[in-house]
Design a protein around this ligand. Structure first.
Ligand code: NDP
Length: 345
């Protein structure tokens, strides 16, 4: 049998709850010509998945979409053999097919993993889309210089922890914004950031100002909302802002344009200080930058120069609860659920 989660069909509210998803028992998928059957090892839980569900991006009745790390069981797909570890998109399911005719977001191309490069779980994190997101949004788009002040929100999360470390390695002064005090401490003590500020503090704006005495040259935006409002007055002339995500708004009413509202709030200061705002979509960088990113960053992760914290939970039954926890900040590091044995550890 193949256990997998789908949407229950209940109308979707702002955020998921216990009735949003249902666990189903399905038959084991059978690979056709050009396809491979794979066993899911790690399911990646990411904020964008909630947007997919609310916008109806996934095929109805199919397992909820997710990027996964899997192992090939049976292959009729050229280039993939039983035993291979792969990056693919089995979703919230114990088994899945990849290859010809299998629905997936266009840029999430299945690929074989080399366990020598790093832990296979990292293929959906620092050595995969999240690492590339941080690399593209920080190094390619914002391009921080030595001595500049860089602020990163959701700083202890999957993308934020890498974005901040890449800026630090460029010689920038890095300030992370996170929820719990433990996360703020982690970004300083473990990741080497210069300061950590809690967005839960009633004095967020003043705390951030104190942490950025020379203003903000680069802002890597993962959140929006009150965090953006605290950063806005601190922008220096010629500052750069990368809009990577706006997680504080992913539960807003359908039709609300959080980005447009944020640009409106910022427009006066953006104009006055000549702030460049760029939107990031990681899919735009897969062809052009993935290989270069992996060649540069994988050795830095392996050597420990770049640290990466994962929050690995266990069991297919736990997936929706873990997903909700991640959305409200109860993860500590990149959230994954392990649903079967990882033979590489
Ligand atoms: P994280 O691992 O950072 O998890 C989400 C974190 O967001 C939570 O842990 C929480 O951390 C923080 N958060 C949640 N709600 C709020 C809130 N209301 N205010 C402040 N912080 C909040 O997720 P990822 O690293 O996977 O994703 C980070 C961002 O990057 C997301 O916005 C995501 O959509 C975006 N993204 C964009 C891509 C692109 O192509 N542009 C590609 C991949 C990701 P805390 O406890 O610190 O509050």
């Amino acid at each position: 049998m193949n256990r997998y989660w789908t949407l229950s069909g209940k109308p979707l509210g702002g955020w998921p709850d216990a009735d949003t998803f249902v666990l189903r028992d399905g038959a084991m998928p059978v690979p056709g010509e050009g396809q491979a059957l794979t066993r899911t090892i790690y399911i990646s839980l990411d904020p964008y998945q909630w947007g997919y569900k609310r916008r109806g991006t996934e095929p109805p009745g199919a397992p909820c979409h997710a990027r996964t790390v899997s192992q090939v069981i049976e292959s009729r797909m050229p280039g993939f053999a039983p035993g291979d570890f792969v990056f693919n998109t089995n979703g919230w399911a114990e088994y899945g097919l990849m290859g010809e005719g299998v629905w997936r977001p266009a840029y999430m191309i299945p690929r074989k993993l080399d366990p020598a490069l790093g832990r296979i779980s990292q293929a959906v994190g620092v050595l995969g889309m999240l690492g590339l997101t941080a690399y593209a949004g920080m190094l390619v788009m914002a391009d921080p210089k030595r001595g500049e002040t860089v602020v990163v929100s959701a700083a202890s999360g999957g993308v934020g922890q890498i974005a901040g470390q890449l800026a630090r390695l460029r010689g920038a002064r890095v300030v992370g914004i996170a929820g719990r005090e433990a996360k703020c401490k982690f970004v300083i003590d473990e990741l080497g950031f210069d300061a950590g500020v809690s967005h839960a503090s009633p004095t967020l704006a003043a705390d951030l100002r104190a942490a950025c005495p020379e203003g903000v040259d680069v802002y890597f935006e993962n959140v929006g909302g009150a965090v953006f409002d605290a950063v806005l007055p601190l922008f220096n002339d010629g500052a750069r802002m990368t809009i990577c995500g706006l997680i504080a708004h992913y539960g807003d009413a359908p039709g609300t344009d959080a980005r447009a509202a944020l640009m409106k709030r910022g427009e006066g200061i953006f104009k006055e200080r000549g702030v460049t705002v760029r939107d990031l979509f990681v899919g735009d960088f897969v062809q052009s930058h993935h290989d270069r990113f992996l060649t540069e960053v994988a050795p830095q992760v392996k050597s420990g120069e770049i640290k990466y914290r994962e929050d690995i939970r266990h069991g297919i039954e736990t997936v929706p609860a873990c997903f909700s926890e991640m959305l409200r900040g109860d993860n500590f590091g990149k959230m994954l659920v392990q649903v079967s044995d990882d033979p590489t550890i």
